[in-house]
Design a protein around this ligand. Structure first.
Ligand code: GDP
Ligand code: GDP
Length: 438
């Protein structure tokens, strides 16, 4: 089941980043950093009461005039409405209710998305209680007094947020139909590929219930099998600010990737791989989704015998954190190798659901340990007792060891490589959980 997305919306300076950091910093479930990707913190994974969710901070750069504030807030609110399951609307008790607050509240109310109203900077509730009540006037329900800086009231706020999540039912959302998110920078060819696929295959363009999101879902049938494509190209924000456009594009990507099984990252062959591409790949990697790199506009590239190899090496080095990614060279314009995309998707789906029996896994483990001794530190050596696969999508393995501090990243990478040598897992991240056992 995909994780709910919670968006934080509010005027500049009300404390959005402070709240975001408080949530991401302390209550964050451990998310390892993706090497090679410098991340501005737009989104973070959080756990509360056993529920995992992703928070996104919709706040962009600070506008300097009043009328820009309003138009920017409208944009932010729309992004939140489009991409979030629950919205935290944050206001500032010190500034009191402003006109911009009321206008945004109207928008949120009309959207019918669940909204939790936070009144921030309530550093002393006793003396500020009356000021908090004023926010009932927004007409979006009970105001939760918080101090993002003092980390007060956040538990109650999160309780309210989590109460809006759909129940754990597991089944209904996880329909059998694989979901593929087409992601990438503007102009790489996301709409073109969808159009081309629509043109060449029997299609049913369907309204899938629950997709009021900022992405258009399209069902494409190929060889009797359905695939749902989540297209993030659909809507284009008319923001004039470059930072905002990038921020919104990241938010849209997070929300589409969250819902998908396999992410197809499109790269513009004419332009080459960029840092923004790496950021997007990092989102799929962090989320443990399948990853296919589709190098598009291949028709524009002048080729000789080594062109593809040179491209592949360059891309692999920039995306070194995801060496498992499948790669394809395509042209959405001419249709070149587009049918290979489905084969790659099928392959990745298979990898994501592959289960390795514990016995076989431990044979590989024993062999791997014999070939390369586990690391030691100050005379104490890492002992690995055994390993078992606990889940799929992404394939997740628990490794039982004597002391988890002795498990170096490089040795874990070595074990991962041995597992991949034996079982493939092409196109999907695999996760490890290191547990201690005496
Ligand atoms: P954003 O623009 O909405 O992201 O707001 P920031 O998180 O950058 O916060 C704006 C200012 O408000 C900063 O100077 C914060 O230190 C301050 N601030 C944030 N939360 C609180 C709070 O709970 N109490 C007080 N007194 N100040 C806060
Ligand atoms: P999006 O913003 O990612 O949805 O990109 P579009 O699908 O709108 O494509 C942006 C531009 O690139 C358009 O002018 C397309 O015609 C062009 N384009 C897309 N794919 C290809 C391709 O494979 N080859 C060439 N030559 N142009 C392409």
């Amino acid at each position: 089941m995909s994780k709910p997305i919670v968006a934080i919306v509010g005027r500049p300076n009300v404390g959005k980043s402070t709240l975001f950091n408080a949530l991401a910093g302390e209550m964050i479930s451990i998310v390892k950093d993706t090497p090679g990707v410098t991340r501005d913190r737009i989104y973070a994974d959080v756990s509360w009461l056993d529920r995992d969710f992703t928070i996104i901070d919709t706040g962009g750069i600070e506008p300097d005039s009043q009328d820009i504030i309003l138009s920017q807030m409208r944009e932010q609110a729309q992004i939140a409405i489009d991409s979030a399951d629950v919205i935290i609307f944050i206001t500032d008790v010190r500034q009191g209710l402003t006109d911009a607050d009321s206008q945004v509240a109207d928008m949120l109310r009309k959207s019918r998305r669940p909204v939790v109203l936070a009144v921030n900077k309530v550093d002393n509730y006793k003396s500020q209680q009356m000021d908090v009540y004023e926010f009932y006037n927004l007409g979006i329900g009970e105001p939760f007094p918080i101090s993002a800086e003092g980390k007060q009231g956040i538990g109650d706020l999160l309780d309210a947020v989590v109460s809006h999540f759909p129940e754990h039912s597991g089944e209904e959302e996880d329909s059998e139909i694989p979901k593929i998110a087409i992601v990438g920078k503007p102009n790489v060819g996301k709409s073109s590929i969808i159009n081309k696929l629509l043109g060449e295959n029997r299609v049913i363009v369907s309204d899938i219930p629950g997709t009021t999101r900022d992405a258009v879902d399209t069902t494409i049938t190929r060889n009797g099998k359905d695939y749902i494509f989540i297209d993030t190209a659909g809507l284009r924000r008319k923001s004039k600010i470059k930072e905002d456009i990038e921020r919104y594009s990241i938010i849209r990507t997070v929300s589409a990737v969250e819902r998908c099984d396999v992410a197809v990252l499109m790269i513009d062959a004419a332009e080459g791989i960029t840092e923004q591409d790496a950021k997007i790949a990092g989102i799929a990697h962090d989320r443990g989704k399948g990853l296919i790199i589709a190098v598009n506009k291949w028709d524009l590239v002048e080729k000789d015998n080594s062109t593809m190899k040179t491209y592949t090496e360059k891309i692999r080095s920039v995306l070194s954190f995801a060496p498992y990614a499948e790669m394809l060279y395509i042209s959405a314009k001419t249709g070149q190798r587009l049918n290979k995309l489905f084969d790659a998707v099928d392959q990745v789906l298979e990898s994501q659901s592959l289960r390795v029996p514990t016995g076989v896994l431990n044979e590989i483990l024993t062999e791997a340990i014999a070939m390369q001794q586990p690391p030691s530190d100050k005379g104490r050596r890492l002992k690995i007792f055994y390993m078992t696969q606990v889940s799929i999508k992404p394939p997740t393995f628990v490794i039982f060891v004597n002391d988890r501090k002795l498990m170096h990243f490089s040795y874990q990478r070595y074990l991962e490589n041995r597992i991949r040598d034996s079982f493939g897992f092409q196109g999907t991240a695999i996760h490890f959980i290191i547990r201690e056992r005496q």
